[in-house]
Each structure stands twice: as structure tokens, then as C-alpha cells.
Design a protein around this ligand. Structure first.
Ligand code: XMP
Length: 519
């Protein structure tokens, strides 16, 4: 358990709850997200938060049985900040009232100060331009304030857009200060944490020392194996653990036959040669591709791969001579999503095998030194550990690899075509100096053949889709606006250089409503 000052975010299932945590981490504040139903008064007191934020959520507080915060939140004497549904929960639990429906406000709105209020407390520094631009997303609204509260700001459809009970340090807003579309949202969150006494004690150098100490404490003289994928997360986890326990760590690199071109060679060279970390290169492609034969359902693909990964790890753990621990580069977003789909309030979109699919039978204990970190924090930790920039800057690559970029049935032929097309696309992106601007880029091979004409002949080959997105954390994403010249040149190169593809499309879907991967 961390020694830092802790802020608790109670999650009511908003799609943007994680952004609250990210904004706070940027302010060097340590925070944890817990789903509302995992907390009772006792659990809350055990967490001993120094402040609490209540997130937004999809429900209506007017519905009988809708989510509530443990009442102790309001009795612990700590500052509380309610956001959207969180505001409505505060009003419902503290004696105000909320009305359902007919007040929907989605997207941009402007909040003006209530008469006599120009903003102070967590609203200090706002309204410099006379009004604040905010991002709204609500159906219900507050219609009567709880005793002790006053109105600080109003919008056309939310008369109680900003409210405060300064005596108890309770604050609430109807909009979402955590999203980029509320330009001064960060100011409100910063005012809130400073007022709550947070000193900003969460830094990467401090985290590195603490993580090393914790790994030594957990593992003692035991042996650890670490699944290496070549991605940033498992690489940083491996180097960190190696720094903590040296040769007690053996890395296992599982080649499941679903890797990109040249990937296996690169990873092995980096870890064996550059870091001198003991490494087992397990070529298990026959096993994985055999098990995936005939499988086209995305979730079955993930579960199959997740299950086999564990089997392979167990086998190699035994070979390493009695390893007791398995290290994984699990990140905080994986943890939160997994909590959510095993009982949390937000809807499951995809299962991420590195947490949710772990079978109970697995005889290894987990070491997960990145469990508290977001992706950009992992990169910062990687730099702190001296990993080469080209490794830190690598685009994320999913555990199930090319399996989820091959919608429909996976065949060796399709995988080989996909590998070649992907290599051309990434080469194009690098040649044009765009790699670092793009968060993730890849090709998906589509389960459809199309007719083309090349030379004087008819072709009947696969179509593929290029995917490239910008994102901060993979939770939301936008397609990358390549020039038509770039797209045309890339399509020509792929069709000329890759036998088996005769049509190239560009995926211009953002997330949401799409996801980044095709499956
Ligand atoms: P989606 O497709 O959910 O992807 O928008 C968000 C990020 O997660 C990666 N991803 C996965 N990573 N196992 C993983 O380890 C998975 O099953 C998985 N599915 C998606 C995806 O590549 C993107 O970076």
C-alpha cells in the first residue's frame, strides 16, 4: 500500500472517470478509483482519503435503488467534490432535490457567476472573461440545494451549475471539469487539491525507489518470471524488476505467431544483448495458431490466447527452476476496467486478458509493479530507468497481437499478408516523420476479397484497412488526418509490394463510437 497522501475517487460509472484521475496525477496527487458498490463505511475509513471526488455516471438519482455514496463520505470531515451525477448524489444524500429528464444539456455550455459571486474556494481564478466554457452531459438536474449550499454559477439549463458549502468544504458542479472541453477544469481540480492540503508528493523518481523497495519486500529471495511482449509496459516492468532483484528475474518472451515483422528478433536483441537479462525465447506459434483455427469470435480469441499464455508461462516457470512469481506490466486502466466488468458500474466493451482472464488454477503469484500507473507515467518511469527513447516511444501493441487485427478466421496466409502490409505502413509513417505524432498505427486485414485489375489481369485479393489514431491514453481517440498524398502513396506501395492485397481503405472512425482495434 502506498504511503502517499491519497485522494479517493468514487466511480458511479461515467465513461470519463479515469480522466479525473489523470488530471490529478498531472498535479502530482496520488489517487485511487473505487466503484461505489465496493465501498461501505468501514472500507472507506480504512482507505483514509484526504479528500473525495464523486464521479459522473449514467444512472438517475431519482430512480429507486440508484447508486449512492457511503454516507460516511460526508461525515469524515474531508473535502468532497461532486461531478455531474456526483453532484446529484450529494444533493440527494444531503437534503436537496433532483428532477429527472427534460433538462438535457450535452456539449458546450457557458456558466456565468451567480449574483454576488465571482468565484472563490475551488472556483478561485475563474470568470476572468465574464463566463466559463464548460462541457455538459446530463439529463437530470438539481432543483433545490441541500442546506448549507449556495449557488456560485449558473448555465441556461443548469441553474445550479456550480455550488458550494464552504463551511464543510463541499463543492459540486453539473458539468465535467476533467475533460479538455472544459478549459479551466484543471484550475478547479487544482484549487480543490491545494485546499484539501495535498502537497504534490507523487513523482516518478520517488515512485521508482518505492517500487524497487516493494518488489524486494514482496519477492525476498524468490524467483520471478516476466512475460515480455516487446511493448513499453512489460519492458519497463522487466527493467525495473531486474534493477530490484537482478538475476532472480528471468524474462520469457512468448512468440505466439501473432507478432509483427521482425519483432521477435528485436526484442531478443534488446534484452539479451543490451540488458543482459536472462531471457527464454519460447517459439509457441504452432500451439497458438493451432488452437485458434476456426475461431472468429473476438472474445473467444482473447480468452484462448490468454489461457495459452498462462499455460506457457507455467511451463517455463517450471524450467527456470521453481519460479514462484509472474511479473506483468498491468497498468492502472486495465485494473479499473477489470474491476468495472466484474461488478463495477460501467459497461464491458472488451476483456483485456492480462487481468480478467487469469485462471484461478495458475500456481504463480503476481508481481505487477505498474498497477498504479497510467501509460504516460510508465513512459516517464522508463526514462527514469534509462531505457532507450526508441523503445519508450513505441506504439502500444495488444497482448493478443495480430489476432485482433484479422477479423474473422485467422489463417497463416492472412497473417503473413498482414505482417507485410503493416511493415510498409509503419515504414511510410516513419519516412514521413509522423511516428511520434501518432499514438498507435497498424493495418487490419479484412475478411473479404475484392476484384481488382493489375497489369492486364484480374485480381481477386484481400482488402485491408489502415488505422492510425491520436490519443492520450487509449480511452478516447481520433483518427489521424493524413494528407491524401500520403494515403495515396501508401496504398500504392502496399498494393505493389504485398502480394495478396489489392485494395486499401483508411478507417476514419474516432473512439468512441469505434474502438482503436477492429476487434
Ligand atoms: P481498444 O480497441 O479497446 O484499444 O480501443 C485500446 C488500447 O488497448 C489495446 N488493446 C489490448 N491490449 N489486450 C491488450 O493487452 C487486449 O485484449 C487488447 N485489446 C485492445 C489496443 O491495442 C489499444 O492500444
Amino acid at each position: 500500500m502506498t504511503q502517499h497522501q491519497r485522494l479517493l475517487i468514487i466511480d458511479f460509472g461515467s465513461q470519463v472517470t479515469q480522466l479525473i484521475a489523470r488530471r490529478l496525477r498531472e498535479l502530482n496527487v496520488y489517487c485511487e478509483i473505487h466503484p461505489y458498490q465496493s465501498l461501505d463505511d468501514a472500507a472507506l475509513r480504512a482507505l483514509a482519503p484526504q479528500a473525495v471526488i464523486l464521479s459522473g455516471g449514467p444512472d438517475s438519482v431519482t430512480r429507486p435503488g440508484s447508486p449512492r455514496a457511503p454516507q460516511a463520505v460526508f461525515e469524515m470531515g474531508v473535502p468532497v467534490f461532486g461531478i455531474c451525477y456526483g453532484q446529484q448524489v450529494m444533493m440527494a444524500q444531503l437534503g436537496g432535490s433532483v428532477e429527472a429528464g427534460h433538462h438535457a444539456e450535452y456539449g458546450r455550455a457557458f456558466v456565468t457567476p451567480a449574483p454576488g459571486h465571482s468565484g472563490d474556494g475551488i472556483f478561485a481564478g475563474l470568470f476572468a472573461a465574464g463566463r466559463e466554457e464548460v462541457w455538459m452531459s446530463h439529463g437530470d438536474r438539481v432543483t433545490a440545494l441541500a442546506p448549507g449550499f449556495e449557488v456560485i454559477g449558473t448555465s441556461p439549463n443548469a441553474p445550479f451549475a456550480m455550488i458550494a458549502d464552504p463551511a464543510r468544504s463541499f463543492y459540486a458542479v453539473q458539468f465535467h471539469p476533467e475533460v479538455h472541453h472544459t478549459p479551466n477544469g484543471r484550475v478547479m481540480l487544482e484549487n480543490f487539491v491545494r485546499m484539501a492540503g495535498f502537497t504534490g508528493d507523487w513523482t516518478m523518481a520517488g515512485y521508482r525507489d518505492e517500487a524497487i523497495r516493494r518488489i524486494r519486500e514482496q519477492v525476498g529471495g524468490g524467483k520471478v518470471i516476466c512475460g515480455l511482449s516487446g511493448g513499453v509496459d512489460s519492458s519497463v516492468a522487466a527493467v525495473l524488476i531486474h534493477e530490484a532483484i537482478g538475476d532472480q528475474l528471468t524474462c520469457v518472451f512468448v512468440d505466439h505467431g501473432l507478432l509483427r515483422q521482425g519483432e521477435a528478433e528485436e526484442v531478443v536483441a534488446m534484452f539479451r544483448d543490451a540488458y543482459n537479462i536472462p531471457l527464454v525465447h519460447a517459439d509457441e506459434s504452432e500451439l497458438f495458431l493451432g488452437a485458434l483455427e476456426g475461431v472468429s469470435d473476438p472474445e473467444v480469441k482473447r480468452k484462448t490466447i490468454g489461457r495459452l499464455f498462462i499455460d506457457v508461462f507455467q511451463k517455463h516457470a517450471a524450467e527456470v527452476g521453481g519460479a514462484e512469481y509472474l511479473a506483468q506490466g498491468t497498468l492502472y486502466p486495465d485494473v479499473i476496467e477489470s474491476v468495472s466488468f466484474t461488478g463495477g458500474p460501467s459497461v464491458t466493451i472488451k476483456s483485456h486478458h492480462n487481468v480478467g482472464g487469469l485462471p484461478e488454477k495458475m500456481g504463480l503469484k503476481l508481481v505487477e509493479p505498474l498497477r498504479e500507473l497510467f501509460k504516460d507515467e510508465v513512459r516517464a518511469l522508463g526514462r527514469e530507468l534509462g531505457l532507450p527513447e526508441k523503445f519508450i516511444g513505441r506504439h502500444p501493441f495488444p497482448g493478443p497481437g495480430l489476432a485482433i487485427r484479422c477479423p474473422g478466421e485467422i489463417t497463416r496466409e492472412k497473417l503473413e499478408i498482414l505482417r507485410q502490409a503493416d511493415a510498409v505502413f509503419i515504414d511510410q509513417i516513419r519516412r514521413h516523420g509522423l511516428y511520434d505524432e501518432i499514438w498507435q498505427a497498424f493495418v487490419a486485414i479484412l475478411p473479404v476479397r475484392t476484384v481488382g485489375v493489375m497489369g492486364d489481369g484480374r485480381t481477386y485479393d484481400f482488402a485491408c484497412a489502415l488505422r492510425a489514431v491520436t490519443s492520450v491514453d487509449g480511452m478516447t481517440a481520433d483518427y489521424y488526418p493524413f494528407s491524401h498524398a500520403f494515403l495515396g502513396e501508401t496504398a500504392t506501395r502496399i498494393i505493389n509490394e504485398v502480394k495478396g492485397i489489392n485494395r486499401v481503405t483508411y478507417d476514419i472512425t474516432s473512439k468512441p463510437p469505434g474502438t482503436i482495434e477492429w476487434e
